[in-house]
Design a protein around this ligand. Structure first.
Ligand code: F6P
Length: 549
């Protein structure tokens, strides 16, 4: 019965998508002077304008009917109730508890998670304040100046993105992020830092991740060489769910900040994994980040679907991916401080939604998560936006604009905003043959050249985008924006019937790397491989003979 209702809703949506005018956006504006007002909604500080998409009233109604048929409301209730929404791992997904206020209630199953959340938060605050006030000092009795976060994936991208977005020259400590197991990254980092003044945070949910544990080992050797083993211990802390492993690594319990398995890696920046943010931006900024995310949590939990920003963003994505068959999406923040947001969203969205089977295990009969990529504007305009304007397949865009800058160069900021608005308008309106011809004639171009160049200079238009507008970028508004994307991902999981909280697809490569590692030591394959991999192992052994351990 339920399956039939969803399939009927999908069929109704696909019937609208099959209409010849399904991709047309310009006529929707022409027909409705109120389109901007009717197809944009505000939640907290975030204005979401989705009027520059081909969503008509009819399409939006069909999308909302799909959300109803897919029981998004029920899914949302189960998510907030701490039900086991991460079915393949038998866990809740309760990152909202991490930014909850003391009076809020969150349970994972029957367990009240708030006492532990608040206790860890209090320990993080106490540690942060003690460090800033000079009550916790280096092994040499001086103030720490730098924090090095060693982690990868969700234990790096979220904190690194926020640190980049909110850093000011008043920041109490300098933050650094080391992710890759590439020794070049470590060499470069080591050259930049003084071990006698650096606090090293080993950030790993599992505390088994190969890259992180290798880098943590290098960092511990580096600290020990400068400070001795006891001194090195004073310069380290761990952020993890795996208390046995942090203790085996030699980090004392008072330097371990824990969280629980119901926090997914890509949703973990609000947990102890965010300690680098508290240390480098200040506790108040971290608390504001959490408070901002809570605003979006409450909006997502309480707002009707038709005014619910995460739901609307997810429905727009379904229209683009499933209705119109657009396989990718670009994220263009017109704010240099958000330079790492596309990378964070790549993990958040592609690790969550890159699934080919439903929660039931059955193969999906429609597409799921698109490829997500992006760069800050205006830089992106001078690299890949050509393809977005004139390539063969439309690429929907998320434009992120910030109204008020935190600098005094108003002219630069006006130019930045003008470019963001212009790109979205150009994608939408395009430029037809008549306009191109008139423009070339006015410029005195010869008729033969006009004929030769005309099609190259035409922009098809009707290329969709959404715009998210923030009044300013600060911890509070950034918290709202990131939580908006998190909930969008959860809604898409419900709409597509997939589990957005697991990531089995990362396992095979990890297993094979463990097979290949000893083979690189030995200089030859020891197990069967495909011909290419075996050949490359042999070539590497020949090119780097000293690489054998
Ligand atoms: O390999 C992918 C992944 O498991 C991500 O989901 C996670 O964010 C990252 O690795 C790091 O994992 P951990 O925090 O356990 O080191």
């Amino acid at each position: 019965m339920e399956i039939n209702a969803s399939e009927a809703a999908w069929a109704a949506l696909m019937a609208l998508a099959a209409r010849p005018d399904a991709t047309a956006i310009r006529p929707l504006f022409a027909a409705d002077p109120n389109r901007f007002a009717r197809f944009s909604h505000q939640a907290g500080d975030v204005l979401l304008d989705f009027s520059k998409t081909a969503l008509s009233d009819e399409v939006l109604k069909a999308l909302l009917a799909l959300a109803e048929a897919r029981d998004v409301v029920g899914f949302r209730a189960r998510l907030f109730a701490g039900a086991s929404v991460n079915a393949t791992e038998g866990r809740a997904a309760l990152h909202m508890a991490l930014r909850a206020a003391p009076e809020d209630q969150f349970r994972a199953g029957t367990e009240d998670v708030m006492p532990e959340v608040l206790a860890v938060r209090a320990r993080m605050e106490a540690f942060t304040r003690a460090l800033h006030e000079g009550c916790i000092l280096t092994a040499k009795g001086e103030r720490f100046t730098d924090v090095l976060n060693i982690g990868i994936g969700g234990s790096d991208l979220g904190p690194a993105m926020v640190a980049r977005a909110l850093w000011t020259d008043k920041a109490p400590l300098h933050g650094h992020y080391l992710a890759n197991v590439d020794g070049h990254a470590w060499t470069e980092m080591q050259a930049r830092l003084d071990p006698t003044r650096t606090l090293v945070l080993v950030a790993s949910k599992t505390f088994t991740t190969q890259e992180t544990m290798a880098n943590a080992g290098l960092a511990r050797e580096w600290l020990s060489a400068a400070l001795g083993e006891a001194g090195a211990a004073q310069h380290m802390a761990a952020l993890s769910t795996n208390l046995a492993a942090t203790s085996a690594f030699g980090i004392p319990p008072e330097r371990v900040f824990g969280f629980r398995d119901w926090v997914g890696g890509r949703f973990s920046l609000w947990s102890a994994i965010g300690l680098s943010l508290a240390l480098t931006l200040g506790w108040d900024a971290f608390a504001r980040l959490l408070a901002g995310a809570r605003v979006m949590d409450q909006h997502f939990r309480d707002a009707p679907l038709a005014q619910n920003l995460p739901v609307l963003l997810a429905l727009v994505e379904v229209w683009h991916v499933n209705g119109l068959g657009y396989p990718s999406r670009a994220v263009l923040p017109y704010d240099e401080r958000l330079a790492r947001l596309p990378a964070h969203l790549q993990q958040l969205e592609m690790e969550s939604l890159g699934k080919r089977v439903a929660v039931s295990g059955a193969a999906l009969n429609r597409d799921s998560g698109p490829v997500v990529f992006g760069e800050p504007g205006t830089n992106a305009q001078h690299s890949f936006l050509q393809l977005l304007h004139q390539g063969t397949t439309p690429v929907p865009v998320d434009f992120i604009l910030v109204a008020r800058p935190d600098h005094t160069h108003a002219d630069s900021h006006r130019k930045l905003l003008a470019n963001g608005l212009a790109q979205a308008e150009a994608l939408l309106m395009g430029k037809d043959e008549a306009a191109v011809t008139a423009e070339m004639r006015a410029a005195g171009v010869h008729e033969a050249d006009i004929a030769r160049l005309l099609s190259h200079r035409v922009f098809p238009g009707d290329r969709p985008s959404v715009t998210m507008l923030l009044p300013q970028l600060d911890a509070f508004t950034l918290g709202q924006l990131v939580a908006l994307y998190e909930h969008k991902v959860a809604v898409l999981g419900a709409l597509w019937g997939i589990n957005p909280f697991d990531q089995w697809g990362v396992e095979l490569g990890k297993q094979l790397a463990n097979v290949i590692l000893p083979e690189l030591n030995a200089g030859a394959p020891q197990r069967p491989h495909d011909g290419s991999t075996a050949g490359l192992i042999g070539k590497l052994a020949a090119l780097w003979p000293e690489g054998r351990a």
